[in-house]
Design a protein around this ligand. Structure first.
Ligand code: BES
Ligand code: MN
Ligand code: ZN
Length: 488
């Protein structure tokens, strides 16, 4: 990961980056932002002359490179920062990471009196946009290894730098897990990755249940979905339990390491990206590791039910009745509605075992998420106004997106079954809503303290865009860390 330092004075003058912002009230005009640090001779004047010459408007994401052969600095980059808020700096940081990928090192001089939020946006943008996942050593990796950020008072931003770096590192970890091919990431492999990251962290406890323990304790949903695979299911339970915790949150994430649809097999076009079907589990685990790394004073118990939804002689069948943790039964007419079956076990277990203050789950649950809201926006469900508002605020500040969806009473009747307590896959349209209503049935007395996000759509990006890189986005890590940070 790119090394970022906060300095009071520039230390090297290879490539210098100067922020440029719009001139208020003068449409399309821009000028370099006044900086706290003293610039090398003539550079300030040169940047001021270049800004209109390069037709810069100061929009976040704009970058103009100017060569100065034989002089120091040898390259000047003008970087648009818009209105300088956190989101604008995040976009600017991402643009800088791409524009400077062939540099070894750059020094960015921040505007005078810059707010911590600007540093946060910049650092997250740099670290998220410079992410790459490749399982080969061939081809040139980005050269950019270091960014020095010059601010008037580095100490005032030290904590912000740690928060930004941890958030980005954990988002990158979630992206790694989600991008990894399913031939590698079976349930045990995923659990091993969590163990490697949790190892030695004080107050962080990990328990991994295998098929025998799951059977002994009645986790019938996880066992049914995992039954068709040569790689058995697991339940990861990761507990960040700081002594100063004031609230207890349980996070649950869908962890299907590959979703073929099971015997209700998916067509190839829908199946080929189904290695991402554990993005919810990746996000909740990464956020919990982040909470531990930052020492957030919130107890976070994270459950990741992990299973591979395969078809084989031991796969569960359409028409089977599954008995979940705690005894509730589900009629399953479509083995492709597997996510809710594993989540049902985990939610029921969370309620019975922990009775937390708040219960949140993230899942790549339905294709209907993208039908309703497009490719960037998660579908958020909760009966708790405060919890929904707090989470939506955290999501917005973090630079992710979600839209609140209804849990309409007139739709719950479709969950009825003649054979079991519930029907897991009624075919009535509004797939994301029905899945959320089904999950709510497992929240027991915590029904009003539960929040669910269907994040099928925003878990994946089709191409590089601002801080997102093609492939897994790590959606949810940034939002959850903001939200957990606001609880302590
Ligand atoms: N993992 C899929 C949902 C999904 C689809 C995630 C596209 C990301 C992109 C989930 O298990 C699924 O197959 N859902 C079905 C539910 C249906 C069978 C009730 C769906 O959305 O079609
Ligand atoms: Mn499925
Ligand atoms: Zn799935």
């Amino acid at each position: 990961m790119l090394a970022i330092r906060l300095l009071a004075e520039p230390d090297r003058l290879d490539t210098l980056v100067l922020p440029v912002r719009p001139v208020p009230g003068d449409d399309g005009a821009a000028r370099p932002a006044p900086t706290g640090a003293v610039l090398p001779d003539g550079v300030g004047e040169e940047a001021a002359a270049l800004t209109p010459a390069a037709r810069l408007a100061g929009r976040p994401g704009e970058v103009h490179a100017h060569l100065r052969p034989g002089r120091d600095p040898g390259r000047l980059l003008l970087l648009g920062i818009g209105d300088g808020d956190e989101a604008a700096w995040r976009t600017a940081g991402a643009a800088l990471a791409r524009a400077a990928k062939d540099e070894i090192h750059v020094t960015l001089i921040m505007p005078a009196q810059v707010a911590p939020a600007a540093v946060r946006g910049l650092v997250e943008g740099l670290l998220l946009a410079s992410y790459r996942f490749r399982m080969t050593d061939a081809g040139a990796a980005p050269a950019l290894a270091g960014v020095d950020v010059v601010v008037t008072d580095p100490d005032a931003h030290a904590e912000t730098l740690v928060a930004a770096r941890t958030t980005a590192r954990m988002t990158r970890f979630a992206r790694d897990l989600t991008n990894t091919p399913s031939s590698v990431k079976n349930p045990q492999w995923f659990a091993d990755q969590v163990a490697a990251h949790a190892d030695g962290v004080p107050d962080l406890h990990l328990r991994v249940r295998g098929p025998e323990e799951l059977a002994a304790e009645g986790f019938g949903g996880i066992l049914a979905v995992g039954g068709g695979s040569a790689s058995g299911p697991r339940l990861v339970e990761l507990d960040w339990r700081p002594a100063d915790a004031r609230v207890h949150v349980v996070l649950v994430g869908k962890g299907i390491t590959f979703d073929t649809g099971g015997l209700s097999i998916k067509p190839v076009a829908s199946m080929k990206l189904m290695r991402k079907d554990m993005a919810g589990a990746a996000a909740v685990v990464a956020a919990t590791l982040g909470a531990a790394a930052l020492g957030l004073p919130v107890r976070v118990t994270t459950l990741a039910p992990l299973a591979e939804n395969m078809l084989s002689g031991s796969a569960f069948r359409p028409g089977d009745i599954v008995r979940h943790y705690g005894g509730t039964t589900s009629e399953t007419t479509n083995s492709d509605a597997e996510g809710r079956l594993v989540l049902a076990d985990a939610l029921a277990y969370a309620v019975a075992e922990f009775e937390p203050d708040l219960l949140v789950d993230l899942a790549t649950l339905t294709g209907a998420n993208a039908v309703a809201l497009g490719k960037r926006t998660g579908a958020l469900y909760s009966d708790n106004e405060q919890l929904a508002a707090d989470m939506l605020a955290a999501i917005a500040t973090a630079g992710e997106a979600a839209w609140r969806m209804p849990l309409p009473a007139d739709y719950t009747e479709h969950l009825g079954s003649e054979l079991a307590d519930l029907h897991s896959s009624p075919n009535r349209g509004a797939g994301s809503v029905l899945a959320a209503l089904y999950l709510r049935e497992f929240t027991g007395g915590l029904r009003d303290r539960w929040l669910h996000v269907d994040m099928s759509a925003p878990s994946w990006a089709e191409g590089d865009d601002a801080e997102l890189t093609r492939g897994a986005t790590g959606w949810g890590v940034r939002s959850l860390l903001r939200w957990l940070g606001s609880l302590g």
